[in-house]
Write a protein that binds this ligand. Structure first.
Ligand code: CTP
Ligand code: CA
Length: 224
């Protein structure tokens, strides 16, 4: 018979996935954000659920609906994402950080709307670093727990992309790093994706290309 539901190779596993992009407030009406739609992370959640895993999706400003059967925790900022991931990963077999986390946030958040004034002057913002959530999660990983990171890079040259990605895989302490190329017209919001998957040593262990759901399944194949 045709197996239309696919393998149930993740039954009994608990997978926590972050997706989307954080927004860091400047004042009550403005933020610093990024162009992540959350599609690849949401596809991972759908694929993991379809394969029988218990899935928690920590979503930051998702542009697509969360899959049914998945527990959704909505967050806004890097700080909220960090808190949610720390709590959820404590009982997870696999942690996947697909979210685009702000690297910097305004050092101070204005209580009222920032006014432009009438002197024609520009504005200089002071930004501070956010915590590296992935590095923190990898540092406290439970025995046997798998940690997966993502990286979106703008290098147009393949060798340069690989070098940057390999260094990042090692620096982050992950088991897998999923790398894709992004640019002004590539990557964000697209229904398709083309990725390389590196192990923690920075060696390419797989390549996958296609719609984001099939790429998600390929990533899960490496974990199953
Ligand atoms: N990440 C994170 N916390 C941050 C920044 C990134 O957990 N403050 C995670 C992302 O979710 C992703 C991985 O780290 O899984 C790689 O993110 P990326 O932006 O590519 O790496 P950075 O270390 O921020 O390096 P850079 O942006 O300078 O390339
Ligand atoms: Ca970054």
């Amino acid at each position: 018979a045709l197996d239309v539901v696919g393998p149930h190779d993740l039954v009994g596993r608990r997978i926590v996935i972050s997706a989307g992009g954080t927004r860091e407030p400047l004042d009550p009406v403005r933020y610093l954000g990024n162009r992540s739609s959350g599609r690849q992370g949401v596809s991972l959640a759908a694929a993991a659920r379809a394969r029988g895993a218990a899935v928690t999706l920590v979503g930051a400003h998702l542009e697509v609906p969360a899959p049914s059967g998945v527990d959704l925790i909505a967050v806004a900022t890097a700080a909220e994402l960090e808190t949610a991931m720390a709590a959820q990963s404590a009982t997870a077999d696999t942690v996947i950080m697909a979210a685009a986390v702000a690297d910097f946030r305004p050092a101070a958040v204005a209580e009222g709307k920032i006014k432009k004034g009438d002197d024609g002057a520009g504005l200089v913002l002071e930004l501070e670093r956010t915590p590296d959530i992935l590095v923190g999660l990898a540092a406290v990983r439970r025995p046997g727990q798998r940690i997966v990171g993502f990286a979106a890079e703008t290098e147009t040259d393949d060798d340069a992309l690989l070098r940057v990605a390999a260094a990042k895989a090692q620096r982050k302490g992950v088991d897998l790093l999923v790398v894709n190329r992004v640019g002004w017209s590539e990557g964000f919001g697209s229904p398709t994706n083309a990725v390389m998957v590196l192990d923690g040593a920075g060696t390419v262990v797989a390549r996958a290309e296609g719609d984001k759901l099939s790429v998600a399944h390929r990533i899960l194949d490496l974990l199953a």
